[in-house]
Design a binder for this molecule. Structure first.
Ligand code: ZN
Ligand code: MN
Length: 492
């Protein structure tokens, strides 16, 4: 049987405001519990909400970055439910007239682009945070989070695999960080994901009901939970148990690696939505929308395409560079150094893209590894773009071997030094002087008569052994192409 997985995501992102959605309490990471609270966000009777202009502006920027359409009017509604984390007994959200509609994000899967559509983006306030101490007979509520501004972004069910879902979230995180709308750090709960998943049997057309998996709080758990749930749903179809299958909300147990049934899923009318009487509709004039649009930087998708066009990078490499705004800026600073060098030394255009690619390769393969191992960010990098560009020139010209290049980059990473100084101090320059190499070659030939005889007898790979011996004698500094040439010449 062939199965198709259909996934849609609902993503809550915390907007990067200084204060809450409807009161002036601070939004602060790591504050002592219940210190950033007031009568409004505690839901005291007689208080009135006042919308936060910065939250609306950031929500608008995020929506424009997704390519959403912005209706002229949107409104707030009350979503009613009863839970200890909701002091008013309702959440102020947006129901039938959201801030923004539509939009898309392009993901890249195996080098191929795929557009994922969005249904909407709306504004709402966050609930408080419940904690359930182990073994305790009580729960704790921290109201600092109550009233924090959120944008809820709802995708269309366009995703077809757990890997696509993860990629969409990563793209969305990048996009939100570019716009400054949210830090979107999943570990800090600034981006939280609920996933709707169902499975269809292609041959019979049978389909499971939708499971909504709640509160996935890392990229990894999104992918794992969806992989588990997909397999579970396929089994339901295979076992012919569709009659018992219900639409439900499921939790994710990260330690056990499985989803579990929580409750049957609510329908919208269970929430008794009605317009928020204390807030007027939001009016998004053309001027307001244009101002937000002009405030946007170059977005990751446009940057990725430009990197591919201008620097000849592959889709995957461009995507990785663009994934971190600071890394993309670093790469472009390096590129401008290299461009100045092309100009001054009349480097032929045919080599430009090869060198841009070399610069990208060492960043993606080596620099990122160093950053990861040291748990550092691009901002902490000691290597200036000038020095990094200098390093790329040296590698391109073949002045050091590839193993020496790694060593040089290592020292540059630790100490931020100029690569030429490191090469001089450590005596790493590749020996390309033919007469010096000829001496080494002669010595190796004299020491290995049997291998030389094998080569002359037609065993071609004996040459590789001899090249290796010369490299060893030179302590890795000989230029291997030159050595092979000199050896071949001497043996014929
Ligand atoms: Zn407050
Ligand atoms: Mn919501």
């Amino acid at each position: 049987m062939t199965y198709e997985t259909i996934i849609g995501l609902e993503i809550h992102v915390q907007l990067a405001t200084k204060s809450k959605m409807f009161c002036s309490c601070a939004v602060e990471d790591g504050a002592a519990p219940n210190t950033n609270v007031c009568p409004i966000c505690m839901g005291h009777p007689g208080t009135l909400p006042v919308p936060n202009a910065q939250a609306i502006q950031l929500g608008l920027m995020a929506a424009l970055a997704l390519g959403c359409e912005i209706p002229e009017y949107s409104k707030f509604d009350r979503k009613n439910y009863f839970y200890p984390d909701l002091p008013k007994g309702y959440q102020i959200s947006q129901y039938d007239q959201p801030l923004a509609k539509g939009g898309t994000v392009t993901i890249v899967i195996d080098g191929k682009e795929k557009k994922i559509r969005f249904n909407r983006l709306h504004l709402e306030e966050d609930a408080a945070k419940n904690t359930h101490p182990e073994q305790a007979s009580y729960s704790l509520v921290d109201f600092n989070r109550a009233g924090t501004p959120l944008a809820e972004i709802v995708s269309e069910p366009d995703l077809r695999s757990p890997a696509e879902a993860r990629m969409l979230l990563q793209q969305l995180q990048t996009l939100l960080r570019y716009t400054g709308a949210s830090n979107a750090d999943m570990e800090k709960g600034q981006m939280r994901c609920d996933a709707n998943v169902s499975t269809r049997c292609v041959e019979t057309g049978e389909s499971t009901k939708i499971s909504e998996i709640k509160n996935l709080n890392s990229f990894r758990s999104v992918e794992r939970a969806l992989t588990y749930e997909t397999a579970r749903q396929q089994q339901i179809i295979a076992d012919k148990k569709l009659a018992e299958n219900v639409k439900e909300t499921r939790g994710w147990d990260d330690a056990k690696g499985e989803t579990y049934g929580q409750r049957n899923k609510e329908e919208a009318n269970d929430y008794r939505y009605f317009p928020e009487p204390d807030l007027p509709p939001l009016h998004m004039t053309v001027a307001v929308v244009d101002a937000a649009r002009h405030a946007l930087p170059e977005l990751p998708d446009a940057k990725r395409i430009r990197f591919m066009d201008e620097y000849g990078l592959s889709a995957d490499d461009a995507l990785r560079l663009v994934g971190d705004r600071a890394l993309a800026a670093y790469y472009e600073a390096v590129v401008s150094e290299l461009a100045a060098w092309f100009e001054s030394e009349k480097i032929t255009p045919a080599s430009h893209r090869k060198i841009y690619k070399l610069a990208s390769n060492y960043i993606l393969a080596e620099l990122l590894k160093h950053l990861k191992n040291n748990k550092e960010s691009v901002a902490q990098l000691k290597i200036t773009p000038e020095n990094y560009a200098e390093f790329i020139k040296i590698v391109h010209k073949g002045e050091i071997s590839s193993s020496a290049a790694q060593m040089v980059l290592d020292v540059m990473y630790q100490e931020g030094k100029d690569p030429s100084d490191i090469i001089r101090e450590k005596d790493l320059a590749q020996v390309s002087d033919a007469s010096a190499l000829a001496e080494l070659v002669a010595a190796v030939i004299a020491k290995n008569p049997s291998v030389v005889a094998e080569f002359k007898g037609g065993k071609a790979n004996a040459l590789q052994f001899l090249v290796g011996q010369v490299m060893k004698e030179s302590k890795g500094k000989a230029n291997p192409q030159l050595v092979a040439g000199i050896l071949t010449e001497k043996l014929q």
